[in-house]
Design a protein around this ligand. Structure first.
Ligand code: GLN
Length: 321
């Protein structure tokens, strides 16, 4: 079916979602990382980036929060750029675990395999693969430059979050060394873990994530900077990874009810990508028991449903003025 939606319909859906959920106080800030427990739980922002570069935003869309696991998407794209789609599949994998993001059990069940770059194990493996190998500063620069290109502007390290997370990441240290035991770390395990922890501690805004979502939706062409950040052929690859495991053990429920692939982080951010149409991001710190922002989920779901969209509908959608 051919379908037309207007920019004013999108704007009113965004504002409606904001008004509907602004006062919702379900969920709780992540508290296993002390810094996150203290972020103002009333913050709430929504942003959409259209493929012509126009941004539609509401609330705290310019507030810098901890990117956390949303950064797994960026670094997976970096691995695609540096190694190609086949090597990512071979060295990491593309399977959902159906288990929590930090599951050690999942590594054992996957027969020594990290399974996907979008859970902690696969993300630490991805950091180990980032080139230049054995050059911690060079790797960090590659990670930050890639995020900058995808988001159209630079992320900023939140030092306090980095320290808080480094002081408490015992589970992730076990994951790094277990992966090393299975030959799934392709560089020094401590450096790989530190890079992962640092990338999770980057401050990012909903606007920046919406631009990244739009770059993915736009076959690698950043609609704001007009830079071709990655090969068009990587868009369906990264979108399939996001669709498969973006909400961890709640991914099926999410995709079924929202119709849009999206990736979450325990900092409260959610980044969605609607192929050929737009990127969307929402941010609100309180999360559910799987580590996914409650209000960001409600808002994105409301907007996509209100516009009558689903990536599975087969509709050919155009956005009009
Ligand atoms: N840095 C966090 C961790 O590794 C990221 C988790 C998340 O956002 N789901 O535990």
């Amino acid at each position: 079916m051919q379908k037309k939606i207007s920019i004013s319909q999108i704007k009113s859906a965004v504002h409606e979602a904001y008004d509907l959920y602004k006062t919702n106080d379900t969920g709780k800030n992540a508290d296993y990382i002390p810094y996150l427990a203290n972020v103002d739980k009333g913050l709430f922002g929504i942003s959409i980036c259209l493929l012509n570069g126009e941004i539609i935003e509401c609330g705290d869309s310019a507030y810098k929060f901890g990117i956390e696991s949303v950064s797994k998407v960026h670094t997976a794209i970096l691995i695609l750029r540096q190694y190609g789609a086949q090597e990512l599949l071979k060295k990491i994998g593309a399977d959902a675990t159906g288990l929590p993001f930090n599951s050690i059990f999942a590594i054992l069940l996957e027969n020594d395999h990290p399974s996907t770059p979008l859970v902690n194990a696969g993300a630490i493996t991805a950091c180990s693969m980032v080139k230049p190998i054995a050059d911690s500063d060079g790797k960090w620069k590659a990670i930050v430059d890639n995020i900058t290109e995808l988001c159209g502007s630079a992320p900023q390290l939140i030092d306090e979050l980095y320290k808080s997370e480094s002081d408490t990441n015992f589970n992730n240290r076990s994951i790094a060394w277990l992966l090393k035991n299975y030959n799934r770390i392709y560089d020094d395990p401590d450096i790989s873990l530190d890079l992962y922890t640092r990338q999770c501690s980057l401050g990012i805004t909903a606007n920046q994530l919406a631009i990244c979502g739009a770059t993915i939706a736009n076959k690698g062409l950043n609609p704001v900077t007009r830079q071709q950040v990655f090969d068009a052929g990587f868009s369906p690859k990264i979108t399939s990874l996001i669709a498969t495991v973006g909400f961890y053990e709640h991914t099926g429920d999410w995709l079924y009810t929202s119709g849009i692939p999206a990736k979450t982080g325990v900092g409260g951010g959610v980044m969605g990508t609607f192929p050929g149409l737009f990127g969307i991001a929402a941010f609100a710190p309180p999360i559910d028991n799987a580590g996914n922002s409650v209000k960001a989920q409600l808002a994105i779901k409301h907007i996509v449903n209100k516009l009558g969209l689903s990536v599975f509908s087969g509709d050919q959608v155009t956005i009009t003025e």
